[in-house]
Ligand binder design. Structure first.
Ligand SMILES: C[S@@+](CC[C@H](N)C(=O)[O-])C[C@H]1O[C@@H](n2cnc3c(N)ncnc32)[C@H](O)[C@@H]1O
Length: 461
């Protein structure tokens, strides 16, 4: 059965993954920590509002075995991705809710269901190890309950899954406001967006053209047992066959490549860079796009970032990649505090946004983003665009970018800006993936193997 949203879109439910290794099999918890227990702590922290990335860091440090780290990461990520489905399932499976009283145990139960339904871990292994994790969490008194809940799920899974599939929110494991907005913005494509959000994305790299070639990096990785495939239309991009600890791959420390989705790599193409141009990256941290520009041409770059801690990460990336540009901390919407008065030939505004295009890589966005955020973000995007426009030299171009798939943050922001600025025009974008959207171009998640991303190129008379 396929669920119907308010707007009658058919919503895709969970896709069954191939059976996978369960990580810490045959190794003692004392040796390695309990990957499931740690993943439950991570997931409970994410539900409380911590970002998945932040919550994973301390947990990773407690796991010595790289397979345990990989398993805990996959489990916590899938837990966040499928929370809205399996959290709801526990309403039926538990007589007394644990959500508030025992949030970590509640998260562990969700992860038990995720192991069974999404990771396709054999039931006996998933149940036994989840019961064991209950003890590792110091909650041994709940071991029987955890065992009973997971076994009941296994007995009744067909009926319980059918019930979850009957509601859009639990079928697609997305918040209702987002399903409705996607259905309104992309009536024919909402299903595909929801499905793409629920499919973990393969890692992508950007090769540093100053230090390596795509062929050399592919060979270097192949020697280390990692398969990398050149992206069909992005000249610096490689897609890896599987997730791996990228910082440990040969060539990473030497700056031969960086982790960056291909959609983000399009910015450098759209900026039409040439040696000597003065270029501003107005929202730069952690510096992915700024570094790509510097890899492409000898531009005179300024990387601006409001958050001082995040600005520091730009410096780290510049050093590893052997690049240099000015880095400043400041508000892009208030140039008087940081601008020296010299215009820029190119400006990239990679604006803060809902990140609804990158849910496949950051599933916690489903839990943290609220409907009310979107109008505030659109207001901020307009503020930044308006403030930066006077800094662009006549004949220059400004690339507006977001990793959002929502029209309110993308084409509507650009349309309002164009209506208010007679000296601004748009330059057409044509790419092998995505479609024209207002004055810009929208890639939806999964299209061309890429994250969701919006671009508009604004030229100044
Ligand atoms: C989408 S991320 C940028 C990603 C970056 N361009 C890259 O490719 O690595 C947006 C960044 O803008 C920063 N930011 C948000 N509001 C800002 C403002 N008013 N001025 C400058 N930076 C801002 C955020 O802290 C965040 O680091």
């Amino acid at each position: 059965m396929r669920g119907k949203s308010k707007n009658n879109a058919v919503i895709p439910g969970p896709r069954r993954a191939r059976p996978r290794n369960d990580g810490n099999k045959n190794r003692s918890h004392a040796d390695s920590g309990d990957a499931r227990a740690l993943a439950a702590e991570v997931l409970a922290a994410v539900v409380r509002g911590t970002s998945l990335r932040e919550a994973l860091q301390p947990a990773q440090e407690k796991l010595r075995d790289p397979r345990d780290r990989a398993f805990a990461t996959a489990l916590a990520s899938e837990g966040a991705r499928w929370w809205l489905r399996y959290d709801k399932a526990l309403d039926t499976l538990l007589q007394q809710p644990l959500r508030k009283r025992e949030p970590v145990l509640h998260a562990l139960l969700v992860l038990g269901l995720v192991q069974l339904e999404i990771l396709q871990i054999p039931p006996h292994a998933a149940v036994a190890a989840t019961v064991e994790a209950t003890r590792a969490l110091g909650r041994g008194g709940f071991a029987r309950l955890v065992n009973a809940v997971l076994r009941r799920w296994l007995r009744e899974r067909a009926a319980l899954n059918a019930r979850l599939d009957s509601q859009p929110e639990t079928r697609a494991a997305h918040p209702r406001w987002l399903i409705d907005t996607l259905t309104r913005d992309w009536p024919k494509r909402a299903d595909a967006i929801l499905a793409a959000d629920n499919a973990p994305a393969p890692p992508m790299l950007r090769v540093n053209a100053r230090r390596a070639t795509r062929e050399a990096v592919t060979d270097e990785l192949a020697h280390a047992g990692t398969t990398a495939t050149p992206h069909p239309f992005l000249r610096d991009a490689l897609t890896l066959a599987a997730h791996t600890d990228i910082a440990r791959l040969p060539g990473f420390v030497a700056g031969h490549f960086s982790v960056q989705d291909g959609a983000a790599q399009i910015a450098a193409d759209l900026l039409d860079l040439r040696d000597g141009l003065r270029v501003l990256d107005a929202c730069a941290a952690p510096g992915g796009k700024a570094c790509h520009m510097l890899e492409r041409a000898d531009v005179r770059g300024l990387a601006l970032e409001r958050d001082a801690a995040r600005a520091a990460s730009i410096g780290q990336n510049l050093r590893r990649l052997g690049l240099s540009c000015k880095v400043r901390t400041g508000d892009a919407g208030d140039p008087t505090s940081w601008w020296d008065g010299q215009t820029f030939d190119r400006i990239l505004l990679d604006a803060p946004c809902s990140a609804t295009g990158v849910i496949r890589r950051h599933p916690d966005i489903k839990l943290h983003r609220r409907a009310g955020d979107i109008a505030k973000l659109a207001h901020e995007q307009s503020r930044l665009l308006t403030a930066l426009w006077p800094l662009l030299a006549p004949g220059g171009r400004l690339v507006y970018a977001t990793c959002s798939v929502l029209r309110e943050e993308n084409e509507r922001v650009v349309a309002a800006f164009l209506a208010a600025h007679a000296d601004a025009s748009t330059q057409a974008i044509t790419l092998p993936a995505g479609r024209a959207a207002g004055a810009g171009w929208q890639i939806l998640p999964g299209e061309g193997g890429l994250d969701g991303m919006y671009y508009a190129v604004l030229a100044k008379d």
